[in-house]
Design a protein around this ligand. Structure first.
Ligand code: UDX
Length: 430
């Protein structure tokens, strides 16, 4: 099929290259000429393992093109995906300016029947809004359908997730409108659920909010485990073995960050408010998440006898491993908290340091984990990168002032580091 994908962020670019790889003719569109040029040269504007291979293969084999014009790309396509960003506005509600702009451009390119698919995470009612924008631009109702097709990919495993989704959700006014999309996804051979537009829009928010809730739930339990000498890892295993609960997203730690969970929980609270519902449960999920890193730094402050004048070696800056994304990363909140308490942060991350350099932080950056630990008062592990899982603590012990590790992601145990004379503070363990 001939497809246009508007927006080359995580969702747009990955969707575009995945659909091209499945044999479709895809045009990826971005209004930023630098991004267009970069992709055209086979490179990726986002850090995602494996994506450049997909870009070059599909460019070389002629299935992928890149364009700066959404209207032109629409003209040449049967299906147009809107996959632009919906960042949070000041009050937490999603800013849909880019969706509106994309819809107006798409309207200019529709001259034959076109299926317009909304993949951006948008408030309930946005599908209808896009349809209204097309009508206002003079596009006849017979020439389009708008459907909602939320994306559930994770950064770091985005291509695999897109090719192997648990389910495909299609929100449409009629089965006929959904039919073309069902056909497009047919090669993936995955369950398809067709709903009305509003329900599909809610499913996207509800999924991310539920995942956030699972993590906040286990993090709340981690506080109880610390108080009663329990082990939150065992508690998570114990409840996760119940198939009604499941083991995923029960990893206790410093809490959830990134570009989606924080944005979508805040967005859902606002969307609910706009419908007259006070989503108190979700507010508490957010509050627990905000409290989690503060509580860990309280423990650090207590152990070190205050943080004033202390240097903390922070391992990891990205919001999770296998990404350079530092949006809503716990590392930034923690660094600010340590600084407010009079301490200094020196950090190392395998891929996210350029993004931190571009920000105005007071974090000093090191070339590797060992340089980061050299002369530090304590080590704080924030992101569970693989390369941090087998660090030489014999060597680190010779570099640090105090042999204390604060493990915010539960990688190390007292047993494994005790032999190096290290004291280990873990979330959710005594
Ligand atoms: C998330 C959703 O998983 C995905 O379906 C959606 O499309 C976009 O948002 P992503 O933001 O890439 O994906 O990251 P994810 O792997 O979900 O992790 C989110 C945050 O939760 C990270 O900060 C991670 O460290 C944290 N997390 C995850 C935990 O603290 N514990 C867990 O058990 C799992």
């Amino acid at each position: 099929m001939r497809i246009a994908v508007i927006g080359t962020g995580y969702v747009g670019l990955v969707t575009g290259v995945a659909l091209a790889d499945l044999g479709n003719d895809v045009i990826c569109v971005d209004n930023n000429p630098d991004k267009v040029a970069l992709i055209q040269s086979g490179r990726s504007p986002i850090y995602e393992p494996g994506i450049e291979e997909f870009i070059t293969r599909n460019l070389d084999e002629g299935r992928l093109r890149v364009s700066g014009s959404a209207a032109e790309a629409t003209q040449q396509s049967e299906i147009v995906f809107i996959a632009v960003g919906t960042p949070p506005s000041a009050d937490g509600s999603p800013d849909i300016t880019a969706v509106v702009a994309a819809a107006k451009e798409v309207a200019k390119g529709i001259s034959k029947y076109t299926l317009v698919v909304n993949k951006s995470t948008v408030p309930v009612g946005s599908g209808e809004m896009v349809a209204d924008l097309l009508r206002e631009a003079g596009v006849d109702d017979s020439l389009f359908d708008v459907v909602s097709n939320p994306e559930f990919l994770r950064e770091g495993s985005a291509i695999w997730d897109t090719m192997n989704p648990d389910r495909i959700i299609i929100g449409a006014k009629s089965r006929e409108a959904a039919a073309r999309l069902i056909e497009l996804y047919q090669p993936l051979d995955k369950p398809v659920l067709v709903t009305d537009l509003q329900s599909a829009e809610l499913i996207k928010y509800a999924s991310n909010c539920f995942l956030a809730m699972k993590i906040s739930f286990i993090n709340a339990l981690s506080r109880m485990c610390e108080a009663c000498d329990g082990n939150v890892g065992d508690v998570a295993k114990g409840i996760g073995l119940d198939h009604r609960i499941g083991p995923a997203f029960l990893g206790a730690g410093l809490g959830w960050g990134g570009s989606c969970l924080p944005k979508d929980t805040a967005g859902m609270i606002r969307v609910a408010e706009s419908m007259g519902y006070d989503f108190r449960l979700l507010k508490e999920v957010v509050a627990i998440n905000d409290e989690q890193p503060r509580h860990f730094i309280d423990r650090m402050e207590e152990r070190l006898g205050g943080l004033s004048g202390k240097t903390i070696a922070m391992l990891g800056l990205a919001f999770k491993p296998n990404t350079d994304d530092i949006r809503d990363a716990k590392a930034l909140v923690i660094a600010e908290d340590i600084r407010a308490r009079g301490g200094k942060v020196r950090a190392f991350d395998p891929v996210a340091m350029d993004n931190v350099r571009a920000l105005d932080t007071q974090i000093s950056l090191s070339d590797n984990a060992y340089a980061c630990c050299d002369g530090a008062d304590a080590v704080l592990l924030v992101t569970e990168w693989n390369e941090f899982k087998q660090l030489d603590f014999g060597k680190i012990g010779t570099l640090v002032k105090n042999k204390v590790l604060f493990d915010g992601r539960r990688i190390y145990s007292k047993e494994s580091l005790g032999k190096f004379g290290f004291e280990v503070f873990t979330i959710g363990s005594p």
